[in-house]
Design a protein around this ligand. Structure first.
Ligand code: COS
Length: 425
């Protein structure tokens, strides 16, 4: 039977038996209810029940998917670690079948993983069971009109008042907002007027950023959808005097920046996997087209230039899969959720999304005029892939993260002549 998550079978060195079992379940037949679906709310529910895929967003210790291998991975000791390789397999399969379902699935993760990482027992109990079943949808409210890549400059304020907080500000480009029951909101904590200074360490930069779990229907919260180039549920959220109790705070005052980065580290790897899924679908469509379509008296696949395209597409896809599998494997086996895999995650996200854009563009080219007719599979993929090079950190931000990691490693290693790097000769 065809499976959609090819990585596990083709790259066994990075995967374990439980991953092969999961990949075998991710068949076109199993995911058929999602193919071509347009009703975002129905897709969000279906991913929970009957498909049970949200189980891969929550660690086993908190009710998520069970690992089936006999020797537990080292990360099993960390109750907040999720199986990123499982996440990668699910997103590669969803990317092939339904980029809409993939986006909803991923944001359900971004909207719940901060609760896994930093939530109190009460917050976890209130949120995670319904996240798993799909009765509840979450969103990750980080980006603002004036704070995209530069997270530390976000302006939404959480003002301490009495025993709670009052949120004021605006978030934009927040996926899942039209469906969301709760929002993980990142805001700048400031002390009550007259209380002297800001909370935590000064209110400036990243030191004051604090996360809150806010009901999307709470008084003072309003939202509106944003129509995008792809029909995904996404929108703008405003907070105007939105009062929440201190028990809505997720983690420490000032812990929001790290919480956002830890969440993105895990999920950026899976963005690469979704891109691989879309690229794999485009390659399949391209092969079907060039073997069927005849020009100059022969199938297009007889043309050397067409073959060169196919060779480049397949090689880039496999290179991207290797980077994604390497990053996911390292994230799962290094030291659990606390392990930093920022460099590998950024490489996987950057390369896979950029490669998928090139692969899909070639698939469009190979389809000729039909490739730009609205509604054909490759035309749809051409629009679907574009946001992946931007969301969860642009390609340019990934380059900064990679270079920073590289330079830090180089600075920590002695140079070939035994001197510390930068030491005068
Ligand atoms: N896990 C844990 N801690 C992390 C971390 C991670 N993945 N990434 C950064 N940190 C910590 C660092 O260790 C550092 O801590 P200390 O101050 O204790 O040393 C702190 O956070 C700041 O890190 P860094 O110096 O790398 O931050 P910069 O301001 O230089 O860079 C970038 C931050 C630009 C990389 C970050 O703002 C970013 O990723 N921007 C893109 C945001 C994004 O993806 N937006 C899309 C929104 S979701 S669709």
């Amino acid at each position: 039977m065809t499976t959609l998550a090819l990585s596990s079978a083709e790259l066994p060195v990075f995967f374990e038996e439980r991953h092969a079992a999961l990949a075998a379940r991710l068949t076109p037949e199993a995911l058929a209810p999602l193919a071509g679906a347009r009703d975002a709310a129905a897709v969000a529910r279906c991913l929970g029940e009957p498909l049970g895929l949200y189980a891969h967003l929550v660690p086993e210790a908190l009710g998520g998917a069970r690992g089936v291998e006999e020797s537990a991975p080292p990360s099993a000791a960390d109750p907040t670690a999720i199986d990123v390789r499982a996440l990668v397999l699910v997103r590669e399969a969803l990317g092939q079948v339904s980029p809409l379902a993939d986006a909803i699935f991923a944001v359900q993760g971004l909207g719940s993983y901060p609760v896994v990482l930093a939530g109190s027992d009460a917050q976890r109990r209130a949120i995670l069971p319904d996240v798993l079943s799909g009765r509840r949808v979450g969103a990750f409210a980080l980006t603002e009109p004036e704070a995209g890549s530069d997270v530390a400059s976000l302006r939404t304020e959480a003002r301490r008042e009495g025993d709670g907080w009052v949120l004021d500000g605006e978030k934009v480009l927040i996926s899942n907002v039209p469906l969301a029951d709760h929002l993980v909101v990142f805001a700048r904590a400031v002390a009550a007027p007259g209380a002297g200074g800001a909370h935590g360490s000064g209110g400036a930069g990243r030191a004051a950023i604090t996360a809150f779990l806010v009901d999307s229907g709470a008084p003072g919260v309003s939202s509106e959808p944003l129509p995008m180039s792809v029909p995904h549920p996404i929108g703008r959220v405003r907070f105007a005097g939105c009062r929440v109790p201190d028990s809505a705070r997720l983690g420490e005052v000032g812990g929001g920046f790290k919480l956002a980065m830890q969440t993105l580290d895990a999920f950026r790897i899976s963005v690469g996997a979704a891109a691989n899924g879309m690229a794999a679908r485009a390659l399949r469509e391209a092969i079907a087209h060039v073997t069927r379509r005849r020009q100059f008296g022969a199938p297009l696949s007889e043309q050397q230039m067409v073959r060169a395209y196919l060779a480049e597409m397949a090689t880039e896809l496999d290179a991207a899969r290797l980077l994604v599998a390497r990053a996911a494997h390292k994230r799962d086996t290094a030291a659990g959720a606390a392990a930093r895999v920022s460099t590998e995650a950024a490489m996987a996200k950057m390369f896979a999304t950029e490669a998928a854009q090139r692969i899909i563009d070639r698939a469009v080219q190979l389809h000729g005029g039909m490739g730009v007719v609205e509604g054909t599979e490759v035309e749809r993929l051409y629009r679907e892939i574009r946001p992946l090079r931007i969301y969860e950190g642009t390609t340019e931000i990934q380059k900064l993260i990679i270079a920073k990691g590289l330079l830090e490693r180089a600075a920590a290693e002695p140079a070939a002549d035994g001197r510390a790097r930068g030491e005068a000769r």
